[in-house]
Ligand binder design. Structure first.
Ligand code: ATP
Length: 262
């Protein structure tokens, strides 16, 4: 578990590699096909051959996938992974999905669980998240969002399915004017910049609300979360960040899972 941009996907893949695991996605937007850049889905290269379940499984961008559907399909995936003698690792994302799954009466009777929370201090994570939006723009966020654009669309279009993803509704203001000959290029550029700023602001709000929900699971519901502090990793770049990851996040997480399995 952890807020967006903390590194939980990477950690889940590292743990699955080490403990012969398979990953079950619990991010409510990544269950849809598409928006690879905007949702920061793991690439085939990053997945390192680890099977991922419930990732990009919904073709219909408007389809609802409520927490009860997630619970049913995630439980099936957990059973199939266990039947193959492997370790199920649930990675994500959406706390309402995880809460619904775990708080279901039978879940804790059937499965022993180990919760790892990848935490990063808010100022560092906010800075990192803003940079990541710029990287997404460089990687093609605008073109990806354009494919989801609904001219004249309202809450009905952007309030359900994959179009709820941060990065899609915010861009509508730009797509509305980008081909308008009555709007000059400088104004179009300003509108684009303000849409990107709005994506950043909404990403930071998401981070804050995710952190609040994780704290609630720990403090109000009593989940025994093992907190791993990845702040130092995100303060560094390149090889230094890789080394800090191995030393501070991976090593500690491997120990946590090893102790749990023993
Ligand atoms: P809620 O019940 O409020 O949706 P939650 O814990 O189930 O909360 P979150 O994962 O916090 O869900 O997602 C809340 C909203 O944040 C989503 O509806 C979507 O707008 C946005 N969001 C979540 N994950 C992503 C993602 N991977 N990419 C882009 N936007 C996302």
């Amino acid at each position: 578990m952890g807020a967006t941009a903390t590194g939980k996907s990477k950690l889940s893949i590292d743990l699955a590699t080490h403990f012969n695991g398979e990953i079950i996605n619990s991010d409510k937007i990544q269950v849809y096909k598409g928006l690879e850049i905007i949702t920061n889905k793991v690439t085939d290269e990053e997945a390192k051959g680890i099977p991922h379940h419930l990732l990009g499984i919904l073709d219909n961008p408007n389809q609802d996938f409520p927490a009860v559907d997630f619970r049913r399909q995630a439980t099936e995936a957990i059973d199939s992974v266990l039947n193959r003698g492997k370790l199920p690792i649930i990675a994500g994302g959406s706390n309402s999905y995880i809460e619904n799954l775990v708080e279901d009466g039978d879940f804790l009777r059937r499965f022993d669980c180990c919760f790892i929370w990848v935490d990063v201090s808010s100022p560092v994570l906010h800075k990192r998240a803003r940079e990541r939006v710029d990287q997404m723009v460089a990687a093609g966020l605008v073109d990806e969002a354009r494919e989801m654009f609904v001219p004249g669309g309202g809450d009905n279009d952007y309030g359900r399915g994959i179009r709820r993803a941060i990065g899609v509704p915010e861009m509508a203001a730009y797509f509305t004017v980008e081909n308008d000959e009555n709007v000059d290029e400088a104004t179009k550029g300003e509108i684009l910049a303000s849409c990107i700023e709005e994506i950043k602001v909404n990403t930071l709000k998401l981070i804050d609300s995710q952190l609040e929900k994780i704290r609630r699971l720990r403090n109000a519901l009593g989940w025994k979360l093992k907190r791993v502090d990845a702040t130092a990793v995100h303060e560094k770049c390149g090889q230094d960040a890789e080394a800090a990851w191995d030393r501070l996040v991976l090593k500690k997480s491997l120990e946590i899972v090893k102790t749990f399995l023993e």
